[in-house]
Write a protein that binds this ligand. Structure first.
Ligand SMILES: [Zn+2]
Length: 474
């Protein structure tokens, strides 16, 4: 296991090292060094255990997300640019590409030189990864939110803790919504949290990476749109780097404790609903491992550099998304990594309320994924009753296919969005809803499901997903 773990981490670090410096953390002109988080999703071919082959298919870096005031209704920006979220979006893009290879090789079987996917198979109208393949997530640091609550509180300075106490008055908590902003209330475990940011910043409504990764343990990592054509795809393992042991504690016991925290957070919180979800969805419990290989641009590596004062470091404002096995779609994009700033391509500043031109968009934004999705379903067997392309069909329409088990599982996990429940501090954004307990439509459960463990999840919802693949809001 150690060998596999180390090989996955090494391949991630090598892939990162092979990228150009542009987009990576820099030392600013005032001498402040920047840091970031690295994440990859790798395929592991287990068909021959002695020669496990590891293919890092998607890489992401970054620690930023957009405040709720900058969310776009066209699906043309990336709201959440934390490394592991970008890695996951890249995986979705790669899955759609593999599905296109599959349908293309079927529709022109006589043609020579047609690429065929060696990773997917289509069974009963749904794609899935071939049985010998595993998916592993690597993150150079514990995911933000619940999984790192205990760890961060053990390392947090008194000064930092008091900043968050002061920020409590600006929190988006409400009595009936069990959700905390960023690092508020760090004594509370198993609470949903939004992304951390500076305590004095405009809040983000993006949920923390711990909460999102936990959702993948039951909904799969493929998301709602792809669930129409893919079986749920679960992570087999998660490797986390960058852990520091406080000097006063026993290292072995400390690591055990952090591991239990991670497991509690990414699937333990969902045990209450595991017997209530329909096939083929399951509560999947990815293995958790820690790596002591340090990532060159992590905060903890900088802190160990003798010349760097750890208080004088800054998070990088940029993100990278890299899909090393995607062919060039245009000469500009190619297999080159994308550098993302402010949710769009670096060098293409955008204005809220206007569709961003294609060259200013990331190829992993919702709008781009929708276009790729439509290309796949157009070539699938119509008899299989895929929710076929209709004119003016929106991202939201595809995703909320009400016959889908995905939506049922999601409502068991989160409850359903509550209308008219305006959040304190977000009054002018009444589209943003939190979820709560309600009758679950389409539920054929024989006995009532427990309280949704992720009740209170914030959703930007329909107004932010009502765009078509051509970027029109009908
Ligand atoms: Zn995060």
């Amino acid at each position: 296991m150690e060998a596999l773990r180390d090989a996955i981490v090494n391949s991630a670090h090598q892939l990162y090292a092979s990228l150009p410096a542009h987009g990576k953390p820099v030392v600013r002109s005032n001498g402040t060094p920047e840091w970031t988080i690295l994440s990859t999703i790798s395929l592991v071919d287990c068909s021959n255990p002695s020669t496990e082959s590891i293919i890092p298919i998607s890489l992401g870096t970054g620690v930023k997300c957009l405040p709720y005031t900058k969310l776009s209704k066209y699906g043309d920006t990336l709201h959440d640019c934390h490394a592991e979220i970008l890695a996951r979006r890249g995986l979705m893009r790669w899955l759609l590409y593999q599905a296109q290879l599959y349908t293309r090789s079927r529709s022109c079987s006589d043609e020579e030189g047609t690429d065929e996917t060696v990773y997917l198979e289509l069974v009963n109208g749904r794609f899935r990864l071939k049985g010998n393949l595993q998916l592993w997530l690597y993150i150079s640091m514990l995911p933000c939110g619940d999984a790192s609550t205990f760890y961060t509180s053990s390392h947090q300075s008194v000064e930092e803790a008091s900043q968050w106490k002061e920020a409590d008055s600006r929190s988006i908590n409400q009595a009936d919504i069990h959700i905390s902003r960023g690092r508020n209330g760090y004594t509370a475990l198993s609470t949903l949290r939004t992304k951390p940011g500076r305590p004095d910043s405009i809040p983000s409504i993006s949920m923390s990476c711990s909460d999102k990764i936990a959702s993948w343990s039951i909904l799969g990592i493929q998301g709602g749109l792809l669930s129409n054509i893919f079986e749920p795809i679960y992570l087999d393992g998660i490797i986390v780097g960058g852990l520091d042991t406080p000097s006063s504690v026993n290292e072995v016991e400390w690591r055990e404790k952090i591991k239990r925290e991670m497991e509690r957070s990414i699937w333990g919180r969902l045990e209450s609903i595991k017997d209530h979800i329909p096939d083929p969805y399951v509560l999947h419990r990815p293995a958790v491992h820690f790596s002591s290989n340090s990532f060159e641009h992590s905060k903890s590596t900088l802190a160990k550099t003798p010349t760097v004062d750890s208080l004088e470091t800054s998070p990088s404002p940029l993100s990278i998304s890299h899909l090393p096995f995607m062919p060039a779609s245009t000469t500009r994009k190619g297999v080159k990594p994308e550098i993302i700033a402010d949710g769009g391509a670096l060098g293409h500043p955008w204005k809220k309320g206007k569709l961003i031109k294609e060259k200013g968009r990331s190829r992993i934004c919702k709008l781009a994924l929708l276009g790729e999705y439509e290309r796949v379903i157009a070539n699938l067997d119509p008899d299989q009753n895929y929710d076929l392309v209709k004119s003016q069909k929106t991202f939201y329409d595809y995703k909320h296919n009400h016959a889908s088990k995905y939506q049922l599982v999601k409502s068991i996990l989160r409850g359903i969005p509550k209308q008219g429940n305006t959040l304190k501090g977000l009054e002018s954004f009444d589209e943003i809803l939190s979820t709560g307990i309600a009758d679950i439509p389409g539920s054929s459960l024989e006995y009532p499901a427990p309280i949704p463990p992720f009740k209170g999840w914030l959703v930007a919802g329909k107004p932010f997903e009502s765009f078509t693949a051509s970027g029109i809001i009908p």
